[in-house]
Write a protein of this length. Sequence first.
Length: 468
Amino acid sequence: MKILFKSKFLLLGMVALSLQSCFVAKEYKRPQDVAPPKDLYRTDELPQDSINMAEVSWKEMFTDPVLETYIEKGLQNNLDVRIAIQQILAAEAYVKQGKAGYLPTLSITGQVTHQELSNNSQLGSFLNGTNDQYEILGNLSWEADIWGKIRSNKRAFEASYLQSVAAHQAVKTRLISNIATNYYQLLALDEQRRITETTIENRQKGLETTQALKEAGNVTEVGVKQTEAQLYTAKAILIDINNEIRLLENSLSILLGEAPQNIQRGELDDQKITTNMEVGVPMQLLKNRPDLIAAEYNLINAFELTNVARSNFYPSLRLTATGGFQSIDIDKLFDVNSLFATLVGSLTEPIFNGRKIRTQYEVAQSQKEQAALNFEKSLLTAGKEVSDALYNYKANTDKIDVKSMEFRAYSDATGYSEELLKNGYANYLEVLTARENALNSQLDLVNARFNQLKAVVDLYRALGGGWR
């Protein structure tokens, strides 16, 4: 009988192994409706080819040594980056769990049972009212992956892990972009502060000149007060600039993973980005942009979990073995006669279970569709960000030229009007207007230079640069 039972058990095992090739699980294929269209970018100015600035390392992209130091420090200390690393470690643990799904489970249990029995019962009268039993059990169980459930679970865990890796890369890309943008903005504010301080000095001297002209009868007290008001306007602008600098230094310090502090930096005129503005082709976004990579891995994870939910409709084949030592006398627990073993092969098909399996499958299908839509949305957003950065760069490059000519015109107008005023040929209101326009134009010119640098950084990030 033992030989016959073993033969049947081995036959059941062979059948289980042969059925593993009959997978119900489907293979993932990228949906056609999320493939990047050729016109994803609005590139009116730049040609599209295979060259892509996103493939340039950030160390080559940013040439300011101070900025490079801050980026390096941020990548090491930033808390968001460190959180993302912990998420990778957690996902890696699930990957190991998925790989172990093919292996049998084994557990060992030690158990002592004491029973107080009725003396009037059949068993109680035989055992004098008490019963003690000692057991050491080993349980071995293995489920055949007939429908690909275990394989799909494994792939889902792997996709989740790769999604966390891509998310970590996306955090690095955003961090580098934010550090560079904040750094350039600080340089722009420094330049605006220098301009404003120079303006305050000139207006202080202008106020003294206006008071002298009033004493000479060339201007009225109204002119003096208007000059004085312009001086206070410049001082108020300086207060706002200094406040913005402090707040921006605090923000950059947090990005570096440090407490708010003073930020050492270079000058705006020294910033040179020599990397060519090459955007490549839209298909490259799927391998360069970490957020798109993460979105697709999220879709793969949802797809594989749909396979898992589908496999629950089919019967599961499980092989179970239980064995160990069992004795009513602890001294004889490890005796040969205390050995026992049970071998079970089971095939389970769900029939009625309160619609749980159907619900799980429908939810999984819905989540897969959501993941596909999020993937498509992320792709369209990426195309918009690339297009926006290109247009911002072109607009601010043109604006720099226009604002430079505007400032020169206002500067000349200021000089001419002041000269005419001294000779009594100009209205003092013209002088005040020319001065105010010259200051605003110069501040706008600095903003345009900053926005041009920011557009390059935005384009670099939008194309997926920075994480390499």
